[in-house]
Design a protein around this ligand. Structure first.
Ligand code: MN
Length: 202
């Protein structure tokens, strides 16, 4: 597999015989681009922001989760690109596997690049400055993703921009904690999708 494969790192980190996560396929699709935020109860609870670009989901781990309050700027740490199919993934990554823990689809929707119809999100991200209009169920309106500092471990800030749809003082994480896909909580998914004990079949 060549280094130009954007999902090489995704593939290297996972054993697809043991995790229910989607296989690493790049998928150029038409229509409005999508975003997803997954709530992931791994060693530390965090939120994974994923944005469609170039046939994959560009990804950031947001330890404290997104906010609809423009005063709240959240650290976002870049992680490996994920396949498009990951946008619908909800389930339990078994113990011993990368990212072990429960995942729910906390929010999902489409977005457009507010730098204009001809703007390239890929270029904006390379430059470290992207602005998106999100049309999710929970996250709506203008958001910014800004790279801060350089070095080997870039950090980004993810935050609501002022104006339409902003909700100062709100706590969207507490108000709407469950899956936008199934309505389930992390605990319900963990109980209902207990990974099969493969040793029973050996
Ligand atoms: Mn995660």
């Amino acid at each position: 597999m060549s280094d130009s494969d954007p999902l090489r790192r995704y593939k290297e980190k996972r054993d697809f015989a043991g995790t229910p996560e989607p296989s690493p396929e790049v998928e150029e699709r038409g229509g409005e681009p999508i975003f997803v935020v997954q709530k992931h109860d791994a060693s530390n609870l965090h939120y994974d922001l994923r944005i469609e670009s170039g046939g994959v989901l560009k990804s950031w781990a947001v330890p404290k989760g997104p906010s609809m309050d423009p005063k709240v700027r959240r650290l976002a740490v870049p992680t490996e690109d994920h396949p498009m199919a990951y946008a619908d993934f909800e389930g339990v990554i078994p113990e011993g596997h990368y990212g072990a823990g429960t995942v729910i689809v906390w929010d999902q929707g489409t977005y457009h690049n507010t730098k204009g119809e001809d703007a390239s999100l890929e270029e904006n991200l390379d430059e470290g400055h992207a602005t998106l209009w999100l049309e999710g169920t929970k996250l709506r309106g203008g958001f910014a993703l800004i790279r801060t500092g350089g070095g080997k471990k870039p950090r980004w800030l993810f935050f609501k921009m002022k104006g339409d749809e902003a909700r100062p003082g709100s706590d969207v994480l507490a108000e709407m904690p469950n899956s936008v896909k199934t309505g389930r909580s992390l605990v319900e998914v963990a109980e209902q999708e207990e990974p099969a004990d493969l040793s029973d079949f050996v």
